[in-house]
Write a protein that binds this ligand. Structure first.
Ligand SMILES: Cc1ncc(COP(=O)(O)O)c(C=O)c1O
Length: 461
């Protein structure tokens, strides 16, 4: 248990600005220093099951350090750095080729970035250049979804649909209309079945496009399963519907795969689960299993064509560290590990068991819904069996007051979140087996049982 401040914790308080955190929070800071399999260890030696894969990144867990360190050492000794600005290096080329090989359909061209927000912004710029090259420069608008998170740098922030993240930062750089997300628990009207819900959502997308003017819309961006709001799995037919609408209006469809890609849903791209190939896929996180930072936009033949056809056309975008040899070499080996060690297969094999174990938590009165796919799940927290939403003060008390400390005490990393309704995000490393899943479910059950007591004013044992 984290009882008192160590010198490292104190130093962090003085010098390290934590992202999306209350830096003035006096609670002891969790300082993690070591990883092994699906576990991480703090500086006091306490072990935690990483039930969030370090923000959906640690696909292969923490035990590939030796293999990837030797790849990193070899790359750094051979060529520590080179760009992909007008020149190239073998690791970036081989990685692009391997990505083209594993990606669905004609997603054959790779623009590297340093992370997810950069991928989203690069996708926007590539889309704009595609439309300009095709004689449609008036396509300057976008469609995204309510509560969706697509990053917070100023371009990507335009697509993000979480009002609190935007309020202090002025008008968005890109005009984006946000349509309803696919919340399967709260979204459908009482008498609405899945097909009718899907139709209504797609009609809303169509209406938004009509309101903006179909010839002015450049892209639609969506995650296969939306994270913010709590694993919002789409109704059957939704992605096919988006594909059809986009094609009918000459709009490009971007699948934001920063979380869902690289096995999180058991496929290379999460959207493959829904039988659709997007025009562009934005990726990061799992591309390297976060053994090094890297992102990539993967672009279809159609969208890339104008970038190749005119020898005088310059791709107007670039980032110094994109395609860094170190990250590229690690990503390449990560993809090799995925294939060699059956990472996608493990997710497909274990998904039913993970679902079964998490579904058992529905018996707890504080659990309103359990939803997700692959190794990407959210547990919606409610007041009681009648599924009443938590009030703002209850969310504050539970999600920011009680749960962070209690999760740490239980030796579990999971994420309480209320960007939509109150949820606990659960996304274990993709190497997790039944034993790990059992441990995960047991710890969540223990913590949420106490959470219900605290919510109703009882003290914990
Ligand atoms: C779907 C999605 N898009 C984009 C981003 C932004 O990625 P990054 O934090 O690497 O900039 C995130 C981050 O979590 C994400 O979940």
């Amino acid at each position: 248990m984290l009882l008192s401040d160590s010198p490292l914790q104190q130093s962090a308080r003085e010098h390290l600005l934590l992202h999306f955190s209350r830096n003035g929070n006096p609670a002891p800071l969790l300082v993690l220093e070591r990883g092994e399999g699906p576990y991480v260890f703090d500086t006091h030696g306490n072990r935690y099951l990483d039930g969030l894969s370090s923000l959906f990144c640690a696909q292969i867990g923490y035990s590939y350090g030796e293999e990837l360190a030797s790849v990193a050492a070899a790359q750094l000794q051979q060529l520590a750095f080179s760009t992909v600005w007008g020149t190239a290096h073998p690791s970036a080329i081989e990685l692009a080729e391997t990505l083209a090989e594993v990606m669905p359909g004609d997603l054959d061209h790779v623009f590297f970035t340093s992370g997810g927000s950069e991928s989203v912004e690069a996708a926007w710029k590539i889309v704009r250049q595609y439309h300009v090259a095709n004689g449609e420069p008036q396509r300057t608008k976008a469609i995204a979804r309510d509560r969706a998170y697509h990053g917070v740098t100023l371009g990507a922030l335009s697509f993000t649909g979480v009002p609190g993240y935007k309020e202090q930062f002025g008008p968005p750089a890109i005009p984006v209309t946000h349509v309803s997300n696919t919340n399967p628990f709260r979204g459908p009207a009482p008498d609405e079945d899945e097909a009718a819900f899907c139709r209504r959502l797609l009609d809303e997308v169509e209406a938004a496009i009509q309101a903006e003017g179909p010839q002015t819309v450049a892209l639609i961006i969506a995650e296969p399963v939306q994270n913010a709001g709590g694993c919002l799995v789409p109704p059957a037919g939704y992605w096919e519907g988006l594909r059809e609408i986009a094609d009918r209006h000459g709009i490009l469809l971007v699948s934001d795969e920063v979380i869902c890609g690289f096995g999180r849903l058991g496929e290379w791209l999460g959207v493959e689960r829904f039988g659709v190939t997007p025009d562009l896929a934005t990726t990061a996180k799992g591309l390297t299993s976060a053994y090094a930072p890297m992102g990539a936009v993967i672009v279809s033949d159609k969208v890339a064509a104008p970038l190749y056809e005119d020898p005088k056309r310059t791709l107007m975008h670039g980032i110094t560290f994109a395609g860094h040899p170190l990250s590229a070499a690690i990503a390449l080996r990560n993809l090799h590990i995925f294939r060699r060690d059956g990472i996608l297969e493990n997710v497909r094999d274990q998904e039913p068991y993970l679902k079964e174990r998490l579904d058992e938590l529905r018996a707890l009165p504080i659990v309103g819904d359990v939803r997700g796919a692959g190794f990407f799940w959210a547990i919606e927290l409610v007041k009681d069996d009648d599924n009443t939403r938590l009030e703002a003060d209850e969310r504050e008390r539970l999600l920011r007051g009680f749960l962070p400390g209690r999760l740490i005490e239980a030796g579990l990393i999971a994420r309480p979140d209320d960007r939509g309704d109150a949820v606990l995000h659960v996304a274990p490393p993709l190497i997790s087996d039944r034993q790990v899943i059992d441990e995960l479910a047991a710890k969540i059950g223990e913590v949420l049982t106490d959470a219900h007591r605290v919510l109703h004013g009882e003290t914990t044992p």
